[in-house]
Ligand binder design. Structure first.
Ligand code: HEC
Length: 125
């Protein structure tokens, strides 16, 4: 029995099969190259940039007295949400300390101090 159309499709199959294989290889290469590692590390970099460089310092050294949002006021710490200090004045307080607040000049690098002073600016509303 000769069904019209079928033999032609059968003849085409090997060629389309090879074409399909090439397509799959190309697609897989595409997925590997931009799907996994390279793209992921890009995203991580973006996330690291998005988080403020002073945030890590703040969470490590300042939270105990000032709290996560600057308003805790433990040990008589001033509310950083309501402070009227400029970034420069904050840097001075953080570096030299004031009353019960400890000086950080021996603990943090100058760039970490300015980063954390900058970070506390976000507590202001
Ligand atoms: C041991 C507790 C303690 C720690 C830790 C601490 N602070 Fe303080 N902070 C205080 C106290 C207490 C004051 C108020 C000082 C005063 O009475 O003059 C203060 C004041 C400040 C002020 C001045 C606010 C104003 O309006 O005058 C800033 C800015 C500040 N702290 C930032 C920081 C940063 C940034 C860190 C982390 C690097 C930090 N503090 C860590 C206790 C602390």
């Amino acid at each position: 029995m000769d069904i019209p159309g079928i033999p032609r499709i059968c003849n085409l199959l090997p060629r389309t099969g090879i074409l399909f294989l090439f397509l799959m290889i190309g697609f897989t290469a595409f997925l590997i190259s931009c799907g996994s590692e390279s793209e992921q590390s890009d995203e991580e970099e973006v996330a690291a940039e998005a988080a403020h460089p002073g945030e890590k310092v703040y969470k490590k050294y300042c939270i105990t007295c000032h709290g996560i949002d600057g308003s805790m006021g433990s040990n008589g710490a001033f509310n950083l949400r309501e402070t009227k200090l400029s970034v420069e004045e904050k840097i001075a307080v953080i570096t030299k300390g004031r009353n019960t607040m400890t000086a950080f000049e021996k603990v943090l690098k100058p760039e970490e101090i300015s980063a954390v002073a900058e970070y506390t600016e976000k507590f202001r509303q």
